[in-house]
Design a protein around this ligand. Sequence first.
Ligand code: SAH
Length: 216
Amino acid sequence: LRARREERLLGARFRYLNQQLYTGSSRDAAQLFRNDPAAFQLYHRGFERQVRRWPERPVQRIVRYLRRRPASLVVADFGCGDCTLATSVRNQVHCFDLVPLSPRVTVCDMAEVPLAAESVDVAVFCLALMGTNLQEILGEANRVLKLGGTLLVAEVASRFEDTHAFLKAMAQLGFRTVSKDLSNSYFYLLEFAKTGPARPGPAPGLRLLPCLYKRR
Ligand code: SAH
């Protein structure tokens, strides 16, 4: 009984943290976890429990994608979590997250990563487009990507309200849609190519609903 009560409490805290991550800016998230590293551990345990229910982990799709392409491509993994991507491919992978779950992680806010402009071939956001400042975060990916470089986004399908408007906004941010796999009922996998710097001005279509998990 006690174990079950603890489990419930953990579930509730996970959902609360998760909601904070989706409804605040990336900077708020950085602040939250800096002040409370234990919250981060708890968040990740909850995240693991969620994705284990899925038939396939989105990161495995990204792994397969990279294995089909040259291992010489340099990758930046925004919101890398436990670095599954980096440990599964031969490429050089820069891993960014708010708290290190692995020694490979460079701790930073994904809106401001310590990489030179136009230094990577592939930028990855695997279930990691969490902050409300999406335009800034994707602008950072644009900055570090080489011209023609690849942006991969895996996101929970139910977060997309208007996929067409989202892709139009991405074009404004300097990302041409190369392929979109909307066939998986859990998540979408989108591939973009960087066409140039982001065009200034608001991109109203760049909206993703928060991914709020139900109580189980
Ligand atoms: N990409 C991993 C983890 C996804 S969970 C996978 O697919 O398994 C989302 C990750 O994004 C979490 O590890 C979370 O800590 C990270 N994250 C959220 N906001 C962030 C921010 N502002 N800067 C860096 N990482 C962030």
